[in-house]
Design a protein around this ligand. Structure first.
Ligand code: ADP
Length: 630
């Protein structure tokens, strides 16, 4: 059997593991349930991909974002690793084909969107699979107290009933202590081994910039080198992109309202360094692995510390000094305060939106659950006279209630499968030579097309056959009408997966008590974000780490607060008070650790005071540690 080191070298070409990767892999290979907390860029994927290849059998990977899964699978396939992904919006036969391959042992890794776990087809097949481990990516999505709860993540524990002996590896880059506990409990982990890397990103210099009129000049000063400027609205990204481009900077624009081609092109330009700045909504960034981002600017205040930490964390993956700056003004603070009411609308509004969705999708009362529908938010809102900013939160809240899953916009390539037998196809030649020409071309290009729905590119077919693309499309439609083949057109929009039996909106059960609790969490998160923005006294890294339940012994020394403190001494009375409290809380403490807990500018005074208190007998030094004398 190959060792993890062999596998890492053979497939990825890396000589050694990063900190904690090897421990995490060892733990999961030893059959332990494992919880891994690594910061963004820490190398989480390798932690399940390597053991998946070491152990015999199949690794199931649950992941929330389809685009991200597709990226991962493409990368693995390039490395020669048998992997595929099963996500919402795929057609029945395609899913069936993939599941049969998984049962036959054709894959080492199978990525799944969580809502797939409860479909009948999946549950029928999964029992036959030789599953070696289950990896849960972005595991904080399972916690309803977390910032990104996805009810379908709760279905993962059902898979555990099927494979009680199979170990689970949960991975995340953001989790407060409460969320960590929730992950372990919800995944029914048995005494999980927990591996936690410090969330400190020591090369990132955090800063906050308050200005009522956020001026373009400030922005121009900030975005030197490769940068991302995060904005709240699509319009804002376009304004900022245009401003930078007309002021001797170069920017691309990215948001979910752009077509897939435009988004891909913007991303390519930025990745290739043709433009410096990406002005984007937070739709941009997940799965982007660009090492040399020097600046992440939040032009509008971020929503909560989890989002901020993750987005700012896209700076400096190469370990070189980088800056994360958040701009804010009073309008931002007001928006943050108001966000709770927006995210948690009144019950009557929730029922109204439920009714509107049912009408929009034309789901009759008592209709069966588990059906996919294309869902265009803008069209939906305009038809039912709802404001998109309000409706989206009601849709998300009802999603949390388990009524449906809204998927991100995802590209689904066209698929074709022949339904007619060879004989019928041959006879096409006599009556419909043009159709026969296209069908023979398809068969030559895609050998599996007789057996299962096969992804095709209509453009490639047109090119190969030297006919216009429209003719290919017409031929496909005609053959569908004749029952010769099944053709699923490509799609690109978001979808709504309806889980629930459709009920009358007045009978819809809504768990108001839970919504109340979620609302309270939201308020707390928002308050923490406001405190971070308005803070001028405490090291910013220290504040963020504290939020994630990590005690920092020292100030980072390079955030804007630390930079100010380096030139300013704390008032003596404040320093004395803080010092006494700190020593009492941490006694016994090593002098170095004590010094490290205070800003550089005050360290001489800290030293003098501790010496004085030791001489006076309040403190006692045993040669290594300082103790408070009782
Ligand atoms: P995360 O999911 O934690 O943000 P990724 O798994 O995407 O991080 O890994 C980030 C980058 O680090 C990837 O380019 C990956 O190939 C690289 N990487 C992971 N492990 C190692 C390693 N042991 N040595 C060198 N590079 C690594």
């Amino acid at each position: 059997m190959s060792t993890p080191e062999d596998i890492l070298k053979q497939y990825w070409g890396y000589d050694e593991f990063r900190p904690l990767q090897r421990d995490i892999i060892g733990s999961i290979l030893a059959g332990n349930d494992t919880l891994a907390l690594l910061p963004t860029g820490g190398g989480k994927s390798v932690c399940y991909q390597v053991p998946a290849l070491v152990a015999p059998g199949l690794c199931l990977v649950i992941s929330p974002l389809i685009a991200l899964m597709q990226d991962q699978v493409a990368r693995l396939q390039q490395l020669g690793i048998a992997a595929d992904c099963l996500h919402s919006g795929m057609h029945y036969n395609e899913v069936k084909q993939m599941l049969s391959k998984a049962v036959a042992g054709d894959y080492k890794l199978l990525y799944l969107s969580p809502e797939r776990l409860q479909t009948r087809l999946f549950t029928d097949y999964v029992k036959e699979m030789d599953v070696s481990m289950i990896a849960v990516d972005e595991a904080h999505c399972i916690s309803q107290w977390g910032h990104d709860f996805r009810p379908s993540y709760l279905l993962i524990s059902d898979v555990r009933y099927i494979f009680p002996q199979v170990p689970v590896l949960a991975l995340t880059a953001t989790a407060t202590p409460e969320v960590q506990q929730d992950i372990a409990a919800s995944l029914r982990m048995k005494q999980p081994a927990v591996f936690k890397m410090s969330f400190a990103r020591t090369n990132i210099h955090y800063a906050v910039n308050y200005s009522e009129n956020k001026s373009g000049d400030t922005l121009l000063e900030l975005v030197t080198g490769c940068s991302i400027v995060y904005c709240r609205s699509r319009k804002q990204t376009e304004n900022i992109g245009a401003y930078l481009n007309s002021n001797h900077s170069s920017a691309a624009v990215y948001h979910a309202g752009l077509s897939r081609e435009l988004r891909d092109e913007a991303q390519r330009q930025w990745m290739d360094g043709e433009v410096n700045v990406m002005a984007a909504t937070t739709a941009f960034g997940m799965g982007i692995d660009k090492p040399d981002v020097r600046q992440v600017v939040h032009y509008d205040a971020p929503e909560h510390p989890e989002a901020y930490y993750q987005e700012a964390g896209r700076a400096g993956r190469d370990g070189l000094p980088s800056v994360a700056t958040a701009l804010y003004n009073n309008a931002d603070i007001k928006r943050l305060y108001d966000s709770t009411a927006l995210h948690y609308p009144p019950e009557a509004y929730l029922r109204q939106v439920y009714q509107a969705v049912a009408d929009y999708l034309q789901v009759p009362i008592a209709a069966q659950p588990d059906k996919y529908f294309a869902f265009d938010l803008e069209e939906f809102c305009s038809r039912f006279k709802l404001r998109p900013t309000e409706a989206i939160h009601a849709l998300k809240l009802l999603e949390r209630e388990g009524l449906w899953t809204l998927t991100d916009a995802v590209y689904r390539p066209a698929t074709v499968q022949f339904l007619a037998d060879r004989h019928t196809l041959d006879s096409l030649q006599n009556f419909h030579p043009k159709l026969a020409y296209v069908s023979v071309g398809l068969l030559r290009m895609y050998s599996s097309i007789f057996h299962f729905p096969t992804r095709i590119s209509e453009t490639a077919v047109a090119r190969q056959l030297r006919i216009p693309r429209d003719e290919v499309l017409q031929a496909l439609s005609r053959m569908v009408a004749m029952g010769v083949l099944e053709y699923n057109k490509p799609g690109d929009g978001p979808q709504l997966f309806f889980h629930h039996y459709r009920v009358d909106s007045s009978h819809l059960l809504i768990n108001l008590r839970r919504i109340q609790l979620l609302r309270k969490r939201h308020e707390e998160r928002t308050a923490a974000m406001i405190a971070y923005l308005q803070n001028t006294a405490v090291c910013r890294e220290r504040l963020l780490l504290r939020y994630f339940g990590e005690a920092a012994d020292t100030d980072c020394g390079h955030c804007d607060v630390c930079a100010t403190h380096q030139h300013q001494h704390m008032p003596l009375a404040t320093l004395k008070k803080e010092l006494i409290t700190y020593i009492k809380q941490n006694t016994p403490i090593a002098p170095d650790a004590l010094l490290g807990a205070f800003p550089v500018a005050d360290r001489d005074t800290v030293l003098q005071l501790t010496r004085k208190w030791t001489d006076e007998g309040h403190l006692y030094y045993d040669g290594t540690m300082l103790h408070v004398r009782q």
